[in-house]
Design a protein around this ligand. Structure first.
Ligand code: ZZB
Length: 258
């Protein structure tokens, strides 16, 4: 699987726990398959109990991500020490909640890291960027946080990290409109981010429709099909140093014949 890692920059001044990183450029490293949706980011997602680390990618840049992803990156020439992850600071998802971030292409100039309970630590980087207009999981998780003060309280999430963030329409999809994820979640009567089976189905539908029939309605490639815009936007992000390529080694298949 080839992901694009989006470099979501931690805005200074850093909180106490992150002071050892001062002077470096620090990024939450979010793995995405949909770089063309970055205009619509409203927050980042982390797993509260997930183990993360702050790793030196080169002499000046630090990525916050899962240890396994740091190891993979080290073998892809993305570590200060060749083939060896260099961890400056051990972190948990809880340490990341509430960090203010500046993310490439996002219309929201400052967004925050928030808790999502379905984040997988053995997929991508364990950090996900949230696009509730086009990703059903993101739509439901943000909806839950907005609707449930008790959930915000449980994870120490301040109102101002969540409540001001509206869905940003970025892609028009025939029959689904410009808030594709919301449309599908409402149609399927999905109740919360814990409605796992329905969300898998919703994701499938949205991916397919968005990719094959979607048209960009914002940004440099307004009016272009998503299929055309995707590689163009991805290349821009890569060329301008706002993103890097991340290849995820295939999961080992547990069969002798395979
Ligand atoms: C932004 C985005 C915008 C995404 C969208 C999707 C959609 P797949 O097909 O299952 O591999 N993701 C990445 N890493 C994780 C993780 N560790 N745990 C949970 N979710 C993760 O899906 C890849 C997508 O899953 C990635 O692309 C990321 O969310 C999320 F409009 O990034 B995406 C219809 C989906 N739309």
């Amino acid at each position: 699987q080839e992901y694009t890692i989006i470099k979501m920059e931690l805005i200074a001044p850093f909180p106490e726990k992150f002071k050892v990183l001062e002077g470096k450029k620090v990024f939450l490293a979010a793995a995405t398959l949909r770089p063309e949706t970055m205009y619509g980011q409203t927050n980042a997602w982390v797993l509260p109990d997930g183990k993360y680390g702050a790793f030196e990618i080169n002499d000046s840049e630090v990525f916050v991500l899962a240890h396994r992803a740091a190891l993979n990156l080290a073998y892809q020439n993305r570590s200060r020490v060749p083939e060896k992850p260099s961890c400056l600071l051990e972190l948990t998802g809880r340490d990341l909640i509430g960090l203010p971030l500046k993310s490439p292409l996002s219309f929201n100039e400052v967004i925050y890291a928030l808790p999502m309970l379905s984040i997988l630590m053995d997929k991508g980087t364990g950090v996900v960027t949230s696009v509730p207009s086009d990703a059903p999981d993101d739509y439901m998780a943000l909806h839950d946080l907005k609707a449930k003060p008790a959930l915000r309280e449980k994870f120490g999430v301040k109102d101002e990290w969540v409540l001001p963030f509206e869905i940003v329409p970025i892609i028009e999809v025939p029959q689904f409109g410009n808030k594709c994820a919301e449309t599908v979640c409402l149609q399927m009567k999905i109740k919360s981010q814990n409605d796992k089976e329905k969300l898998v189905e919703a994701k499938k539908q949205t991916y397919l429709k968005g990719f094959t029939e979607g048209t960009m309605i914002v940004g440099e490639f307004t009016g272009r099909k998503v299929q055309e815009a995707k590689p163009l936007i991805r290349n821009k992000l890569l060329e301008t140093g706002q993103a890097i390529i991340y290849s995820e080694p295939e999961k080992r298949v547990m069969s002798r014949s395979g």
